[in-house]
Ligand binder design. Structure first.
Ligand SMILES: Cc1ncc(COP(=O)(O)O)c(C=O)c1O
Length: 323
């Protein structure tokens, strides 16, 4: 039988056995609703609170700056749509993003353009797949309210200079009135496993990530929102998540997400990541050597350790993946 190796971890990861063990009790014995005031409900609430604290510590922020969602798509949409809607006064507002964002960022931007709420600058990336900090700086205008740059691209794995962009925005904000602040959002879905995640060092107001890219299950996401940011909910209801996202909490998913985050911080993960990088480099070397007309997309330097992405002259990418 042919041996298959799954190489599509940017699309999704399996659930880590430790993550599964941690979440299972919350699907069966400890199934209570965290909003119930009886003891099983209180235990579920404690699990949510503890998980939130784990994630807040991971990102170096306060617990009430972490909002759980059903996905990273939902988190990105909440931030982009609601920031613009809430800041909208008379004229159009301005958003700066990149041409290599995930659709969960591009589509809400396009929707806001269609509604005439915002004009959007889609910054290019260069040969290395990276946005230039100077391009971001040049693009900022008086009506710019949001810069949204992906932390690391989901296809070519290029890592963007988030903390440098954060610094530029911070300097610009020092010269502006608080009401004219430029907010900075990063979709860190692909980056959170491997890159800097201290939101203060990154200089971001919003950071989004998703469970199923970090060995937790699908259907759980979260975002960091800096205190005081003008976001209102996309989903109204019982006022969960500090009033920012209604819906009974996915307790098992939340516990899973926090357990996955603990695993990222485990010192053994560093060793694992070095091994992943070595395997990636070996794969890149062999493909470039053995497959004629193959080319690595993006740079080797500014690249996620788990990403290798190629073009092969004359071969259609999708056909190769299906085969
Ligand atoms: C960079 C990036 N952003 C957002 C998403 C959407 O994440 P979710 O599946 O949690 O909605 C993905 C998933 O493919 C992604 O890779």
């Amino acid at each position: 039988m042919k041996k298959h190796i799954y190489l599509d971890y940017s699309a999704t990861t399996p659930v880590d056995p430790k993550v599964l063990r941690a979440m299972l009790p919350y699907l069966r014995k400890e199934f209570a609703n965290p909003s119930s005031i009886h003891q099983p409900g209180q235990r579920a609430r404690a699990a949510v609170d503890e998980s939130r604290k784990t994630i807040a510590d991971f990102l170096n922020c306060f617990s009430d700056e972490i909002i759980f969602t059903g996905s990273a798509s939902e988190a990105n949409n909440t931030i982009i749509q609601k920031l613009i809607e809430n800041k909208k006064k008379k004229g159009k507002l301005h958003i700066i993003t990149s041409q290599i964002e995930h659709k969960a960022v591009l589509m809400p931007c396009e929707m806001l353009e269609k509604k005439n709420y915002a004009e959007v600058t889609y910054l290019p990336v260069y040969k290395d797949g990276v946005v230039k900090v100077s391009d971001v700086k040049k693009a900022i205008k008086g009506n710019t309210v949001l810069v949204s740059i992906i932390f690391a691209n989901n296809e070519i794995g290029s890592v963007q200079p988030i903390s440098e962009i954060g610094k530029v925005i911070e300097d610009i904000n020092k010269k502006r009135k608080p009401s004219d602040k430029v907010y900075f959002h990063t979709d860190a879905v692909q980056g959170v496993n491997y890159l800097e995640r201290d939101v203060n060092k990154l200089g971001v107001d919003f950071l989004v990530f998703s469970g199923h890219k970090i060995y937790a299950p699908k259907g759980i996401g979260a975002f960091y929102i800096k205190k005081g940011s003008p976001i209102t909910p996309l989903i109204y209801g019982g006022g969960h998540e500090f009033g920012l996202r209604s819906g009974t909490e996915n307790v098992a998913g939340i516990v899973a997400l926090a357990t996955a985050v603990k695993e990222i911080q485990d010192p053994r993960a560093r060793v694992k990541n070095i091994r992943i990088r070595q395997l990636r480099d070996k794969l890149i070397k062999r493909i470039l050597k053995d497959i004629p007309d193959s080319k690595l997309n993006g740079s080797l330097k500014n690249r996620l350790p788990n990403n290798a992405n190629f073009s092969i002259l004359g071969a259609e990418g999708e056909a190769l993946v299906i085969a």
